[in-house]
Design a protein around this ligand. Structure first.
Ligand code: DX5
Length: 215
């Protein structure tokens, strides 16, 4: 059965980087995870930050590393060294089943759970080789690279398909999630929601997080 708990993972990509510790502290009491969007400027058309920045952040929130990078296997160890709780790589960046399984093993042997992400145009069938064994499926509801984009509705059917086939899988959604789109995500079967601009743009961030969780 779907776990009744909906986890909320604020994405710090939408935070004010001039005061990142303060921004993280502002959501630490209400968020479940902290999502860190690692972008390399090649896999996605934007460059964000990596371990050299993250290592300065002090938080008890489980770190959820979303690797929007080519060659994610090259980036895993630095985040494991920082105590990442979950590391998600993109199916479009690792197409070979053997490589996917080796990467999952590497992530898990470092003490984190392993997730695989699919972009809106990627079919759920393309990750059928690992869904039985992966810890988390991330279904992107925007084209990755930037915060503040419009939610793409057609991905909801992929979430429904995945939930029907894998009742116990952690299914995360990310992109354009706010008080209007969160209920659709949960209804489709997602139980972990990433939200950036809605949370960090809110006057009351705790209220924003609570509103997503209780959608
Ligand atoms: C997009 C990132 C998302 C984004 C979410 O590439 O993976 O995590 O920061 O931001 P919003 O919630 O504003 O779409």
């Amino acid at each position: 059965m779907i776990t009744s708990t909906i986890l909320i993972a604020p994405s710090i990509l939408s935070a004010d980087f001039s005061k990142l510790q303060e921004e993280v502290d502002s959501i630490a009491g209400s968020a479940d995870w902290l999502q860190v969007d690692v972008m390399d400027g090649h896999f996605v058309p934007n460059l964000s930050f990596g371990a050299p920045v993250l290592k300065w952040l002090k938080t008890d929130l489980p770190l959820d590393i979303h690797l929007m990078v080519q060659n994610p296997a090259d980036r895993v160890q630095e985040f494991l060294d920082l105590g990442a709780a979950n590391i998600t790589f993109h199916a479009e960046a690792v197409k070979d089943t053997k490589e996917r399984k080796e990467l999952m093993d590497k992530i898990r042997s470092g003490g984190a759970t392993a997730g695989i992400a699919i972009n809106p145009e990627t079919s759920i069938d393309s990750v059928g080789d690992v869904l039985k064994s992966i810890d988390l499926l991330l279904v992107m509801s925007v084209h990755p690279g930037f915060g503040g984009q419009e939610f793409i509705d057609h991905v909801l059917s992929q979430v429904q398909t995945a939930r029907a086939a894998y009742p116990d899988l952690m299914i995360q959604m990310d992109g354009g999630i706010d008080e209007k789109t969160a209920p659709k995500c949960i209804k489709a079967g997602a139980n972990n929601l990433v939200s950036g601009s809605f949370i960090f743009g809110a006057k009351d961030r705790t209220m924003a997080i609570t509103s997503l969780r209780s959608s």
